[in-house]
Design a protein around this ligand. Structure first.
Ligand SMILES: NC(=O)C1=CN([C@@H]2O[C@H](COP(=O)(O)OP(=O)(O)OC[C@H]3O[C@@H](n4cnc5c(N)ncnc54)[C@H](OP(=O)(O)O)[C@@H]3O)[C@@H](O)[C@H]2O)C=CC1
Ligand SMILES: O=C([O-])CC(=O)C(=O)O
Length: 258
């Protein structure tokens, strides 16, 4: 499968490196789309990948699927156009908190018969939330995220609750830190009903997420302490692994957790 990636930061570089080093079932990154050609020329050359700053040329470069690994604003800007030609994996899932945009993306994808894949990112338990909601009644879902204070630019000692509110408000305020709340909302009870608390903590070194949910199925707690990526401590390594996981699942004819 030939992959084209939008963005060339931590997640994109991780995917380029892993697919090259481990030769994962014929997954190969063929093309990269960036906004700053000069900045990424050497990186693309190092991995033997074609670099583009023209989206049409990128989409026509012999790729089978596009991975968005840039940011929420770029997802808004480029994904509808991408879907006219290719399937897409979106990791800046925060973009889909906007219901009108979500509907636009759904309709364009449907019209052109291209799917939109949303990896579970830096959390887990999405399968349970989705099943509990789809066939039963999910009553309450909350997410508590605790990250090193410097991830939020907070110069504090100890901990500080920096946000409490809905997932919709959380992603508006922290588009680089709380995409996980939107995949959780889309699987569950929506961006207005999913409650989010964000804590900046100078005493932790990992990115912690805790999901709590209750419904007719019973109740669940999911908790994870993620290793931050060295190149971008806002982003957990599991987020990059989840994109690779989605690509691998697409390749396999045994689908686990569907
Ligand atoms: N769903 C989830 O669980 C998670 C989602 N994320 C999200 O994943 C995304 C990628 O994360 P990460 O790799 O750490 O981010 P980085 O900041 O390391 O990299 C982002 C890359 O996108 C590029 N970019 C920005 N704007 C554009 C544009 N208009 N066109 C093309 N490229 C562009 C940047 O280039 P430039 O140098 O030009 O700025 C940079 O190369 C982020 O939105 C992040 O918030 C992260 C963790 C978890
Ligand atoms: O990587 C993480 O731990 C979470 C994150 O940044 C996001 O959801 O945007």
């Amino acid at each position: 499968m030939n992959i084209g990636i939008i963005g060339a930061g931590s997640i994109a570089t991780f995917i380029m490196k892993e697919t090259q080093q481990k030769q994962l079932d014929g997954l190969q990154v063929k093309s990269l789309f960036v906004r700053n050609f000069k900045k990424y020329e050497q990186l693309a050359a190092d991995y033997g990948i074609q670099l583009f700053d023209d989206i049409d040329q990128f989409l026509d470069s012999g790729i089978d699927i596009v991975v968005e690994a840039a940011n929420v604003a770029t997802t808004h800007q480029l994904v509808p156009k991408v879907l006219e030609k290719k399937e897409v994996i979106i990791i800046s899932i925060g973009a889909l908190a906007d219901e009108a945009f979500l509907e636009q993306v759904r309709l364009v994808g449907k019209k052109h018969n291209h799917s939109i894949y949303l990896p579970s990112g830096a959390i887990g338990g999405i399968d349970a939330i989705q099943n509990a909601n789809g066939l039963g009644e999910l009553k309450r879902v909350s997410l508590t995220t605790r990250k090193p204070a410097h991830s939020f630019g907070e110069d504090i000692e100890g901990e500080k609750v920096i946000f409490q509110g809905s997932a919709a408000e959380a992603i508006e305020k922290f588009p680089k830190n709380i995409n996980v709340s939107i995949v959780l909302s889309l699987a569950g009870i929506g961006v207005e009903n999913t409650k989010v608390e964000i804590i900046a903590d100078s005493t932790v070194t990992k990115n912690h997420h805790q999901i709590q949910a209750e419904g007719t199925f019973g109740s669940m707690t999911f908790q994870i302490e993620n290793e931050p990526m060295h190149t971008n401590p806002n982003t957990s390594m599991l987020a990059a692994l989840s994109v690779l996981g989605t690509l691998k699942k697409l390749q396999s004819n045994i689908k686990i957790g569907l």
